[in-house]
Design a binder for this molecule. Structure first.
Ligand SMILES: O=P(O)(O)OC[C@H]1O[C@H](O[C@H]2O[C@H](CO)[C@@H](O)[C@H](O)[C@H]2O)[C@H](O)[C@@H](O)[C@@H]1O
Length: 291
């Protein structure tokens, strides 16, 4: 487990011609402490620069709903987005949202909601968020110690009452979330990578950055994927957590400032590569035109 070195990752990035990049949103692209949750102009610009490189497939993989994410990233036409932990996936701004989870049973919401309501009534500052596929109990604005204790109790309570339902109950950053079984960020990474491999474009470089427990599934998935044997060498895989903590990731960065600095360096490397290619093309044209 070591700090991700920019020089090291840049050299792998430059060596490869097909790359997959998976980025969590909260706590990775914007700090949890930030009051404004929308992406800053810096985030939008970095993502657009990364997406401008035809060698890159870039995805935001978030627990947030598809409405917020599509509004926030409306300027990022070539960005792929996975919303609600991958329940919804959109390959770019030009394509429609799709879901692989058809005929999911949502009867469990009738059991989860009254339990969450009990904890909301007992915990000042807490509230319930109802997403299309999931329900979330938030305690960020509650007393920190009491909120955490209540979250632990709620998690146990929900796990008991939903033991026979096809759901997963998880804790996240100041949240307790119930979502359908099998809907994980790891599934998103698996789906994107399989599609790249099946279309004969296996990535030689895979980067995944996230800060939360839900991102651990992506770290596992990118490491376990059977990459195509058509690649000349094993792909360079970078699973990177934000902040030093127990993780399946091999690398860490300290905070969102480090994450954006790293992504900016990758985008710069793409731009200098593209302008070298353009220079080479115009140089070739000049040379070819000479009698
Ligand atoms: O997968 P992520 O991009 O990390 O998103 C996970 C959750 O994000 C949202 O919750 C977070 O922001 C809230 C404020 O807007 C904050 O109160 C909470 O503590 C954070 O976890 C979203 O509301 C959740 O549905 C997502 O699962």
């Amino acid at each position: 487990f070591r700090k991700l070195s920019i020089d090291y990752i840049i050299s792998a990035y430059k060596r490869t011609s097909k790359r997959a990049i998976f980025l969590d949103y909260d706590g990775t692209m914007v700090p949890h402490t930030s009051l404004a949750k929308t992406p800053t102009p810096e985030v939008i610009s970095i993502l657009n620069n990364l997406c401008a490189d035809p060698m890159n497939s870039v995805f935001i993989v978030s627990g947030r709903g598809k409405k917020s994410l599509s509004d926030w990233f409306v300027q990022c036409e070539n960005l792929g987005i996975a919303a609600e932990h991958g329940y919804f996936l959109r390959w770019s701004g030009m394509s429609d949202w799709e879901t692989s989870f058809l005929a999911v049973d949502f009867d469990w919401k009738n059991i989860a909601e009254p339990v969450m309501k009990l904890y909301t009534e007992a915990t000042d500052g807490s509230y319930i968020e109802v997403k299309e596929s999931a329900m979330v109990w938030h305690h960020q604005d509650a007393d920190p110690d009491f909120g955490s204790c209540q979250a632990k109790e709620l998690l146990d309570h929900l796990e008991n009452v939903l033991a026979n339902d096809p759901v997963a109950v998880k804790r996240g950053q100041n949240i307790v979330e119930v979502k359908p079984q099998g809907v994980t960020k790891g599934y998103v990474a698996e789906k994107v990578l399989s599609k790249m491999i099946a279309s004969g474009k296996p990535p030689g470089f895979v980067l995944c950055i996230g800060d939360d427990r839900s991102d651990e599934d992506m770290f596992e998935s990118i490491s376990k994927t059977p990459y195509s044997s058509s690649l000349p060498s094993a792909p360079a895989i970078f699973a990177c957590t934000v902040g030093q903590k127990p993780s399946k990731a091999r690398y860490y960065l300290d905070d969102t400032v480090d994450v954006l600095a790293l992504l900016q360096c990758l985008a710069d490397a793409s731009r200098s590569n593209l302008s070298n290619t353009e220079t080479q093309v115009s140089f070739d044209n000049v040379v070819r035109k000479e009698p």
